[in-house]
Design a protein around this ligand. Structure first.
Ligand code: NAD
Length: 479
């Protein structure tokens, strides 16, 4: 089904006519027969109404059992998995970036693997003075900002983890992914309301703007902020005066040393860098290869199916795909090329490749804009390094201190250790594609909000809880 704005408005209008006008203010007594916003299925155009409804939903959830929380999460999982194709294609049509098969897969995978209530661990201290129990308690209403690169997937992962922690959430989605965000949220809430009896656990602003984001950040009933996006939104969240979890930008470098299995490195680099046309924040963005194996590595990339561009073709692509923005005219990825297919980039370079081609690549120097900029498109620059020390130094420089993600292909444990220490990133993958760091082909768990700047790492239900300690003095130690 194609969702459009008039449909959202109709849903909201129909609901308002049933439940009457929204109560003013955010601290409406919950003794009302109809909680604020009930029947909206999470879709709002007014920040105060959205927060009031989310608050009412949170208080209802708090009064329920853990079993009910699990039921809510299972409903989100079920819809993400069963409807991944329809919703994934809806996201593809609306945003126009990425690859349809990966839009679908992201929803299915997040539905299956986002960590739920099982992640909430209680700790205890037992000693001569009794017993202290440390439990994980919800914050309340969380404000979330989501990126255009994964609109509904980020909402899905955030919702599972936040609700597992006992919270509700109000989302200000990227304007270019607002329709699929609203439709996904509507489906989640509708099913949750029907099966568990709570509406609006996940609220979305149907007309998101920077003003609605600001109003959310400063709302007195918002207890915590979680933003997923580039530098500007991270700065805005940190200025808000509230606790903010910032899943910020990256520019993940790859180092390939002389001991690497080059064919495995090539397969992994293509898998990570080509996924959803390089939209993942963790995706391989530039590769530094030691001189002695540079030409062999380029041959391995060609064997693995990527298409190599020569210097003049790269120059032609760069003139269109990189643009200058801001007062200082700094380089940035051109919007028309972000998340487009490799075949589109190749055509811009004057080369015809089959539509099935996943990645184009080529040699550049280290100062090339495709190295310095987080390009989010499936052209990957390869830079020669004198030796592994030089490669690691360049990787550190062009990661820009985001401390997000870094990757090495090597069999030398010392080199792996040196790079890990030098780059100090939140995610560090050895001999695999970037997604191995999120439990996809490696160990660990999945989330699409990786909080580097504020230090929470790969977000989980624990991230969205407060620690509370209950102390029993001199009793209840039974051993
Ligand atoms: P973006 O920064 O343009 O937008 C992200 C979100 O922030 C959008 O909802 C946007 O409307 C909002 N926003 C932007 N400026 C704002 C401001 N001043 N105040 C309030 N809200 C603001 O990014 P995008 O193109 O949507 O997504 C790609 C970026 O997100 C990349 O930099 C990528 O690395 C990053 N990202 C990071 C993670 C992570 O887990 N760390 C995950 C996905 C994407």
């Amino acid at each position: 089904m194609q969702l459009d704005e008039s449909l959202i408005r109709n849903v909201v209008a129909a609901v308002l006519s049933e439940v009457g006008p929204m109560p003013a203010g955010s601290n409406t007594p919950l003794s009302r027969h109809v909680p604020p916003g009930a029947g909206h299925n999470g879709i709002f155009t007014d920040v105060n109404e959205a927060v009031a409804a989310a608050r009412a939903a949170h208080l209802q959830l708090r009064a329920r059992s853990m079993e009910d929380r699990k039921k809510v999460i299972d409903i989100i999982r079920r819809i993400s998995i069963d409807q991944c194709e329809e919703l994934g294609l809806m996201e593809m049509r609306e945003t126009g970036i990425g690859r349809p098969e990966h839009k679908i897969e992201k929803l299915r995978t997040l539905g299956m693997l986002s960590p739920g209530t099982e992640f909430l661990q209680t700790k205890a201290f037992s000693g001569d003075h009794g017993l202290a129990v440390i439990e994980r308690s919800p914050f309340g209403v969380i404000a979330a900002i989501t990126p255009v690169t994964h609109s509904l997937p980020t909402i899905t992962g955030n919702a599972v983890s936040m609700i597992a922690g006992g919270n509700s959430v109000v989302v200000n989605p990227h304007p270019s992914g607002k329709k699929v965000a609203a439709e996904g949220v509507r489906r989640f809430n509708k099913a949750i309301a029907a099966e568990v009896g709570i509406d609006n656990l996940i609220c979305v602003l149907a007309e998101p703007t920077l003003e609605t984001a600001d109003a959310l950040f400063s709302h007195r009933d918002v207890a915590l902020i979680c933003v997923t996006g580039g530098p500007a939104v991270g700065r805005a969240a940190l200025r808000s005066g509230k606790r903010a979890i910032v899943a910020g930008p990256g520019n993940p470098p790859v180092v390939v040393d002389e001991t690497a299995d080059l064919d495995n490195a090539a397969r992994c680099i293509i898998q990570g860098a080509a996924y959803d046309n390089n939209l993942l924040c963790i995706a391989e963005k530039e590769v530094f290869v030691v001189e002695s194996v540079f030409d062999d590595m380029m041959a391995a990339m060609r064997r693995a199916g990527a298409v190599q561009l020569d210097a003049s073709q790269i120059a032609k692509l760069t003139s269109q795909a990189i643009t200058q923005v801001g007062d200082d005219k700094h380089d940035a990825a051109a919007k028309d090329f972000i998340g487009k297919d490799a075949a589109v980039l190749a055509r811009a370079a004057g080369v015809n490749v089959p539509e099935s081609c996943e990645l184009v690549f080529g040699e550049t120097d280290e100062h090339h804009p495709f190295v310095t900029v987080e390009q989010m498109m499936p052209f990957l620059p390869f830079v020669r390094a004198r030796d592994v020390g030089h490669a690691i130094a360049m990787a550190k420089e062009y990661e820009h201190g985001f401390r997000h993600t870094a990757i090495i292909h090597s069999r030398n444990v010392r080199n792996m250790t040196t790079m890990g220490r030098e780059l100090d990133t939140t995610l560090y993958v050895k001999n695999g594609p970037c997604m191995a760091a999120l439990g996809l082909g490696g160990e660990g768990y999945l989330s699409f909000s990786i909080a580097g700047p504020t230090g929470e790492g790969v977000t989980s239900p624990d991230t969205f809880t407060r620690e509370r300690r209950c102390s029993m003095v001199d009793e209840l130690r039974v051993v």
